[in-house]
Design a protein around this ligand. Structure first.
Ligand SMILES: Nc1ncnc2c1ncn2[C@@H]1O[C@H](COP(=O)(O)OP(=O)(O)OP(=O)(O)O)[C@@H](O)[C@H]1O
Ligand SMILES: [Mg+2]
Length: 258
């Protein structure tokens, strides 16, 4: 199936874990209630939506987080049904997720983390020297200080530094499909630009990269210039369009889409 779209979400329903939660939501309630989306190679899609509409749930479900249960629907990557695939298998196949709240990994340096991740993704063992050179190049482009390489992943990183680190991971791991969850949150104006430029640089080198960028901010969209904008409310995509849709949202707020 060579002409299959890069990434397809078909009528996805995702529910809360079957555990007692203090969210007031019944365990097993669907958070996503029928989400469909097709992303072609090279396209950037932006997903916007109010707090709690299900954006992070979608991002996590797409990467196969065991925290969420897909109750119906399918996820296809290059024509393969990956709905049941484990997270590491998805990563190896070329999917990448930048989390809204990146985890700290104590005792593991940025360099070593990437070395392991790269060997899992590509099955190649890069020498420390080789990787160091490649990292230095990307860190320079992303305005990151080279000393970050030796620091433990995200430990003591500022919000902006964590986000830059995720973009660095994305650059080095060379995914085919990237899901970026609020890569802009906690970024100051200059850092936001750096991250957006980082995404641009990566896309320049990897023209076929598909991107789903979850964001609250018009400003990131101005930098990213997405091909499609989608609005998620209460677990459903209620509108899809181009940049005009984002402009309308900026003007009228989510109320006008309900
Ligand atoms: N593990 C979980 N257990 C219980 N409820 C959950 C869980 N994960 C998400 N939810 C609920 O599902 C809804 C959607 O959450 P989600 O994090 O996907 O929203 P979001 O659109 O990413 O919001 P934000 O813009 O604030 O990041 C919320 O009401 C949330 O409380
Ligand atoms: Mg979220």
């Amino acid at each position: 199936m060579t002409d299959a779209p890069l990434f397809q979400i078909e009528d996805l329903h995702v529910s809360t874990p079957e555990i007692e939660t203090d969210t007031g939501m019944e365990p097993g309630t669907d958070i996503l209630r029928g989400v469909s989306l097709t992303i072609q190679a090279g396209e950037v899609h932006a997903l916007m939506g109010p707090n709690g509409s299900g954006k992070s749930t979608l991002a996590n479900a797409l990467l196969g987080s065991p925290e969420y249960e897909i109750t119906s629907g399918r996820v296809l990557f290059k024509g393969d049904d990956i709905t049941e695939w484990d997270t590491d298998v998805r990563g190896k196949a070329g999917m990448f997720l930048a989390f809204q709240y990146p985890q700290e990994i104590s005792g593991v340096s940025v360099l070593n983390f990437l070395r392991q991740a790269l060997s899992a993704r590509k099955g190649i063992e890069m020498s420390v020297l080789e990787l160091r050179l490649s990292l230095m190049e990307w860190m320079d482009r992303l305005s990151m200080d080279a000393s970050f390489m030796e620091r433990y992943v995200n430990e003591g990183f500022s919000g902006g530094e964590k986000k830059r680190n995720e973009i660095l991971q994305m650059a080095v791991l060379e995914p085919e499909m990237a899901v970026l969850d609020e890569t802009d949150s906690g970024l100051d104006i200059d850092a936001l630009k750096t991250v957006a430029e980082g995404v641009h640089l990566i896309r320049e080198e990897r023209k076929g990269l598909g991107t789903l960028a979850i964001t609250h901010y018009q400003r990131l969209l101005d930098h990213l210039q997405p091909d499609h904008v989608h609005i998620l409310i209460d677990g459903r995509i209620v509108a899809s369009g181009g940049m005009k849709l984002a402009a309308r949202l900026e003007q009228d707020g989510y109320e006008s889409f309900k």
